[in-house]
Ligand binder design. Structure first.
Ligand SMILES: NC(=O)c1ccc[n+]([C@@H]2O[C@H](COP(=O)([O-])OP(=O)(O)OC[C@H]3O[C@@H](n4cnc5c(N)ncnc54)[C@H](OP(=O)(O)O)[C@@H]3O)[C@@H](O)[C@H]2O)c1
Length: 253
């Protein structure tokens, strides 16, 4: 049985808590949140605390807190030589205080507290300085049925940049499409099957092969019409930038 203490009570910590609680190979022995009210709901299931000096002993401490708080919080932990992992895509393993056995348990997915997700769809990037800690983190990922990859800090930070393109930037483009359709009283729902089909296509095709549209075909008149239709200058600039990028990728000028 792997004993876990969770630190933080935001999106990631809540999803980890639910998944770890379901596992028969793991016991969440304690949940720390600096605001106790955020974990009061589970006080009948596990121990809760808002005081670092009352942290219990565990095999692994999962610190799912803001990137900028990781270093400071790790240095405030009142013990040494225990395995502490953070869950960030962009913070280095060495940002954790060196008095600890350090590791990373980064779930490459987008989490929102009240939106359910199955951990079978959450690749976990794991990293540890000690071999036996790596083995423990693999077992922990397997206990919640999550696929896992051994990824070092440099690879993880690169993955995180790529993730910003496929997740945050793609989502911002959905947002712009929403603004464009709203402005002309067109239901955004009409675009949803296209969004899903575009995402599903890359299961079988590379993004290069999956590309279609006026920029790839170099349909100059259509591109001109689109630019004329766009009323917002920021949207126009983005359209031009992405059109240029697609043209370059597909050998158009
Ligand atoms: N959300 C995602 O989709 C996602 C995906 C993969 C990885 N991550 C990573 O997971 C980590 C947590 O992200 P999140 O989305 O769960 O963030 P979040 O929802 O904003 O929650 C952050 C938690 O950290 C706590 N916290 C912040 N500063 C602290 C400090 N100095 N001491 C103690 N607790 C502190 C917050 O406490 P208060 O509530 O009291 O402020 C809150 O409980 C980050 O490293 C993030 O990069 C996030």
């Amino acid at each position: 049985m792997i004993q876990v203490v969770l630190l933080g009570a935001g999106n990631v910590a809540n999803h980890f808590y639910k998944a770890l609680k379901e596992s028969e190979e793991v016991q969440v022995v304690q949940w720390y949140s600096r605001q106790l009210n955020k974990v009061l709901g589970v006080q009948n299931e596990t121990r809760i605390t808002d005081r670092l000096d009352t942290l219990l002993e565990a095999d692994v401490y999962i610190m799912a807190v803001n990137d900028d708080a990781i270093h400071e919080l790790s240095s405030q932990l009142p013990f040494q030589n225990r395995l502490v992992v953070h869950t960030s895509g962009s913070v280095g393993i060495h940002d954790l205080d060196k008095k600890l056995r350090r590791g990373v348990f980064y779930p490459l997915q987008t989490f929102t507290k009240d939106v359910d997700i199955s951990f079978e769809k959450v690749p976990i990037c794991i990293e540890a300085l000690e071999k036996e800690d790596l083995v423990l983190l693999k077992t922990l990922a397997e206990s919640i049925r999550a696929p896992h990859y051994k990824i070092n800090t440099e690879q993880r930070q690169t993955l995180h940049v790529a993730a910003v393109f496929v997740n945050n930037f793609a989502n911002q483009l959905y947002r712009i499409a929403h603004e464009i359709t709203d402005a002309k009283q067109i239901p955004f729902d009409i675009l949803k099957p296209l969004i899903l089909e575009t995402a599903q296509k890359i299961d079988t095709l590379s993004p290069y092969m999956a590309q279609t549209g006026p920029a790839k075909r170099d349909d100059k008149k259509t591109i001109k019409r689109h630019l004329k239709l766009l009323e917002n200058n920021d949207h126009k600039q983005l359209y031009e930038l992405l059109t240029q990028s697609i043209k370059k990728t597909h050998g158009r000028r």
